[in-house]
Design a protein. Structure first.
Ligand SMILES: *[C@@H]1O[C@H](CO)[C@@H](O)[C@H](O)[C@H]1NC(C)=O
Ligand SMILES: *[C@@H]1O[C@H](CO)[C@@H](O)[C@H](O)[C@H]1NC(C)=O
Ligand SMILES: *[C@@H]1O[C@H](CO)[C@@H](O)[C@H](O)[C@H]1NC(C)=O
Ligand SMILES: *[C@@H]1O[C@H](CO)[C@@H](O)[C@H](O)[C@H]1NC(C)=O
Ligand SMILES: *[C@@H]1O[C@H](CO)[C@@H](O)[C@H](O)[C@H]1NC(C)=O
Ligand SMILES: *[C@@H]1O[C@H](CO)[C@@H](O)[C@H](O)[C@H]1NC(C)=O
Ligand SMILES: *[C@@H]1O[C@H](CO)[C@@H](O)[C@H](O)[C@H]1NC(C)=O
Ligand SMILES: *[C@@H]1O[C@H](CO)[C@@H](O)[C@H](O)[C@H]1NC(C)=O
Ligand SMILES: *[C@@H]1O[C@H](CO)[C@@H](O)[C@H](O)[C@H]1NC(C)=O
Ligand SMILES: *[C@@H]1O[C@H](CO)[C@@H](O)[C@H](O)[C@H]1NC(C)=O
Ligand SMILES: *[C@@H]1O[C@H](CO)[C@@H](O)[C@H](O)[C@H]1NC(C)=O
Ligand SMILES: *[C@@H]1O[C@H](CO)[C@@H](O)[C@H](O)[C@H]1NC(C)=O
Length: 546
C-alpha cells in the first residue's frame, strides 16, 4: 500500500521540491552515468573521515527493492523499496574504544540541498529504512544509524556504559556530524538546511538534539517523544503488576471492555466536553471517567455489562498518575479513551514490558538477574537519579536552539498506549516556566500539536495521516504534512497554526477520504461547533481551536 501511495504522490513531490526551494536549489546531475561514477568514487573521498570505516558505496536505481540480509532479524526490516535514484553509503563509526554506530547515508540524485536525519524506536538498535526511503524520496540527503547496537533488545548495554551513552545521545549526534560531512563531500557543496524526523525514541532523540546539540538541526519534527525516559520505563513497568495482582476477578474480562468503552464514550465523547460523537476523545484531559458507574451488585447477573469494585479499582489505577517515593510525582496517567484498556492489557499483561526489563537489567542495574517483575518506587527513583546515558531528556532550557533560529514541531497521539500523551504538555509547560515564556512566545520556535484518535506514532480512529511517516502520507501540502510544514517554517518563516489530518476509509488511500480534522496546537483545544446533522463532525470547518 505504501509503495502505491508513493507513486501516486510523486507528482506532488515535484511541487514540493520546486515551490519550497527558494533557499535550496535543486541539483540535477546531468546523466545517470555521471552520478553512478560519483557514487563509486565516494569511498576514496571518505578515507579521511575520523573514526569511520566505510563498508561500501553503491548506486541504487529508483524502484529497487533493497535487501538487508545482515540486518538483525529482530529489527524485522529485511527489505525496503526506494523510489528514487540514490547513492547509498554504509559505514561504521567508532564512538569509543568499545562502542560505535552502524550508519547509512542515502544521497539522492535529485537533491534539494537539504540534509535530514532519521531516528530510532524503543530501545533499538535498528536503522529505520522506511523513514529513510520516505525522506530521500522527497530529495533530502538522508542518514540513519543503529543507535549503537543491533536489534530491538538491550543486552548490548550490559557491562558497556559506552553503548548506553550511544543510545542516550551519541549515536544520533555522531550520525549527524558524520552524515553532514559525507553529504557535503558527495555533492561538493554545503547543505542548505538540516532537518530531523523521528517518533517515540526518535521523538526523544529530536528533543535531545534541541536541548543539547542546538547546531545539529534547523528544524526538528519529534513525535510522541519518550522524554522523561527513566520515569517512562518505570511507568511502563507498573502495568504488568497491576494486571497480574488484580487477578481474574480484578481485571475486567475481554467481554466487558465493550461496555467500559461505551461508558467512556457516553461520559466523555459529548457536547458537554466540546466533543462530537465520533467514537474517540478529542481531549482526554477533560475526561474524568468514573468506572464506578459500571459497578453492579452481582457480577453473575450480567457479566458483560458491569464490573466489580475491584475491577473499578484496577481501571482507576491504570488511568491515574504514577507517584513514587514519599509521594513524589513520577509520570502522568495513561490518557483515557475507548479501547485503551484492551490495548494496555494486550501490551503489558502477558509478561513484564520488554523495554522495561532490558533497560533496568542491562542499563540501570547492570545485572541480568535483577527482578524487574516487581520494581518498587525505590527502583524508579534510582533509575531517574542515575539517568544512565543521560537519557532523561527533560531539560527545559531551549535557549541555545531558539537563539540560533531552530524550530521544533512536536505532535502526540491522544490515544497512545505506549507513551501517554499526558506527558507532552508537562514538558511544554516545563519549558514555559524554565524560559519564562508564554505560549505566544514559545510559538516562535516550539509548537506542539495534539492529534486526537492517534495511537503510538500513527494509526487509530482519528484523522491521523499527517505525513509523519511515509505510511501516513495524505499530502505533501505543508498544511497537511508535519515535515513539509517544518520546511516551510524554516525556509519561508510560515509556522503551522494547525495540522490538517486525514482519515482514509479503512485507512486505505485508494478507498478515498473518510474525514479530515484540523489539529490544534497546545494549549488550544479543538472544540466542536457544528450541528448534529449526520456526519457534521466529519467537516473540519465544524471545529474550532479555542
Ligand atoms: C522485496 O524483496 C523481499 C525479499 O526478496 C521480498 O520479501 C519483498 O516482498 C520484496 N518487496 C517488494 C515490494 O517487492
Ligand atoms: C551490526 O550489524 C551490522 C550489519 O547490519 C554489522 O555489520 C555490524 O558488525 C553489527 N554491529 C555489531 C556491534 O554487532
Ligand atoms: C573519534 O573518537 C574519539 C573517541 O574514540 C572521540 O574523542 C572523537 O571526538 C571522535 N571524533 C569524531 C569526529 O567524532
Ligand atoms: C579505552 O579507553 C579508556 C579511556 O576512555 C581507557 O581507560 C581504556 O584503557 C581503553 N581500553 C582499551 C582496551 O584500550
Ligand atoms: C528530478 O526533479 C525534477 C524536478 O525538480 C524532475 O523534473 C525530474 O524528473 C526528476 N528526476 C528524477 C530522476 O527523479
Ligand atoms: C539481534 O538482536 C537481538 C535482540 O537485541 C540480540 O539478542 C542478538 O544478539 C542480535 N544478534 C546479533 C547477531 O547481533
Ligand atoms: C568542487 O567545487 C569547487 C568549487 O565550487 C570546484 O572548484 C571543484 O572543481 C569541485 N570539485 C569537484 C570534484 O567537482
Ligand atoms: C446484559 O448486557 C447487554 C449488553 O449491555 C444487554 O444488551 C442485555 O440486555 C443485558 N442483559 C440483562 C439481563 O441485563
Ligand atoms: C523521602 O523522605 C525521607 C524523609 O524525609 C528522606 O530521607 C528521603 O531522602 C526521601 N526520599 C526521596 C527519594 O526523596
Ligand atoms: C483477551 O484479548 C487479548 C487481546 O486483546 C487476547 O490476547 C486474549 O487472548 C484475550 N483473552 C481471552 C480470554 O479471550
Ligand atoms: C472496511 O473494512 C471492513 C472490515 O474490516 C469491511 O467490512 C468493509 O467492507 C470495508 N469497507 C470498504 C469500503 O472496503
Ligand atoms: C439537534 O440537537 C437538538 C438539541 O440538542 C435537537 O433539538 C435537534 O432535534 C437535533 N437535530 C437533529 C437533526 O438531530
Amino acid at each position: 500500500m505504501r509503495i502505491r501511495q508513493f507513486a501516486a504522490t510523486l507528482a506532488s513531490c515535484l511541487w514540493f521540491s520546486s515551490s519550497l526551494s527558494q533557499a535550496a536549489t535543486t541539483t540535477t546531475t546531468t546523466t545517470t552515468t555521471t552520478f553512478e561514477q560519483q557514487c563509486s568514487q565516494l569511498s576514496s573521498q571518505l578515507l579521511g573521515l575520523e573514526n569511520a570505516t566505510v563498508w561500501f558505496t553503491e548506486y541504487v536505481a529508483g524502484g529497487t527493492n533493497l535487501t538487508f540480509p545482515q540486518n538483525n532479524v529482530t529489527c524485522a526490516r529485511p527489505s525496503q523499496v526506494v523510489d528514487v535514484d540514490l547513492c547509498r553509503v554504509a559505514l561504521y563509526v567508532a564512538t569509543s574504544n568499545r562502542s560505535g554506530i552502524s550508519m547509512e547515508a542515502w544521497l539522492p540524485m535529485n537533491w534539494t540541498g537539504r540534509f535530514l536525519s532519521t531516528g530510532n524506536g524503543g530501545i533499538s538498535g535498528c536503522i529505520q529504512y522506511e523513514d529513510m526511503a520516505y525522506t530521500v524520496g522527497l530529495g533530502f540527503a538522508t542518514v540513519g544509524a543503529n543507535n549503537g547496537h543491533n536489534g530491538t533488545g538491550g543486552h548490548a548495554f550490559l557491562d558497556n556504559p559506552d553503548v548506553v551513552t550511544d543510545f542516550g545521545w551519541r549515536s544520533i549526534h555522531t550520525n549527524v556530524v558524520v552524515g553532514k560531512q559525507i553529504t557535503n563531500t558527495f555533492y561538493n557543496r554545503t547543505y542548505t538546511k538540516s532537518y530531523y524526523l523521528g517518533c517515540s525514541t526518535g521523538g526523544r532523540q529530536g528533543f535531545k538534539s534541541a536541548q543539547a546539540f542546538p547546531d545539529d538541526f534547523d528544524g526538528v519534527v519529534a513525535g510522541s517523544p519518550a522524554i522523561r525516559f527513566n520515569a517512562l520505563t518505570s511507568w511502563s513497568g507498573n502495568f504488568y503488576p497491576i494486571i497480574r495482582d488484580a487477578g481474574a476477578q480484578g481485571f475486567p474480562a475481554n467481554t466487558t471492555w465493550e461496555a467500559i468503552d461505551a461508558a467512556i464514550l457516553a461520559q466523555c465523547d459529548t457536547a458537554a466536553l466540546g466533543d462530537a460523537p465520533d467514537g474517540f476523545l478529542e481531549d482526554p484531559e477533560l475526561c474524568h471517567f468514573r468506572p464506578e458507574a459500571l459497578v453492579c451488585p452481582t457480577l453473575s447477573s450480567n457479566v458483560t455489562s458491569c464490573i466489580s469494585g475491584a475491577q473499578a479499582n484496577a481501571i482507576r489505577a491504570i488511568f491515574s498518575p504514577l507517584y513514587g517515593v514519599n509521594g513524589s510525582f513520577v509520570y502522568p496517567e495513561m490518557q483515557i479513551g475507548p479501547t485503551i484498556l484492551e490495548t494496555v492489557f494486550a501490551i503489558y499483561s502477558p509478561a513484564q514490558f520488554a523495554y522495561t526489563v532490558d533497560w533496568f537489567k542491562y542499563a540501570v542495574y547492570n545485572d541480568p538477574s535483577y527482578d524487574t517483575d516487581n520494581l518498587t518506587p525505590e527502583d524508579w527513583a534510582y533509575a531517574i537519579s542515575l539517568n544512565a546515558g543521560d537519557t532523561n531528556t527533560f531539560d527545559g532550557d531551549l535557549s541555545a536552539f531558539r537563539g540560533k533560529g531552530g524550530k521544533l514541531l512536536t505532535y502526540h497521539g491522544q490515544a497512545d498506549p505506549i507513551i501517554s500523551s499526558a506527558n507532552s504538555p508537562t514538558y511544554y509547560d516545563h519549558v514555559s516556566r524554565t524560559m519564562n515564556l508564554p505560549s505566544a512566545s514559545l510559538d516562535d520556535f516550539y509548537r506542539f500539536f495534539r492529534i486526537s484518535g492517534m495511537g503510538h506514532c500513527g494509526g487509530g480512529p482519528g484523522a491521523t495521516f499527517i505525513g509523519n511517516l511515509g505510511a501516513a502520507l495524505a499530502s505533501l501540502d505543508p498544511d497537511q504534512n508535519v515535515l513539509t510544514a517544518m520546511v516551510r517554517w524554516v525556509e519561508q518563516g510560515t509556522a503551522p497554526d494547525t495540522i490538517l489530518g486525514t482519515k482514509f476509509v479503512n485507512d486505505t488511500v485508494s478507498l478515498g477520504v473518510d474525514f479530515r480534522r484540523a489539529h490544534c496546537r497546545y494549549p488550544f483545544r479543538n472544540v466542536y461547533v457544528g450541528g448534529n446533522a449526520t456526519d457534521a463532525w466529519k467537516d473540519p470547518a465544524n471545529w474550532e481551536c479555542q
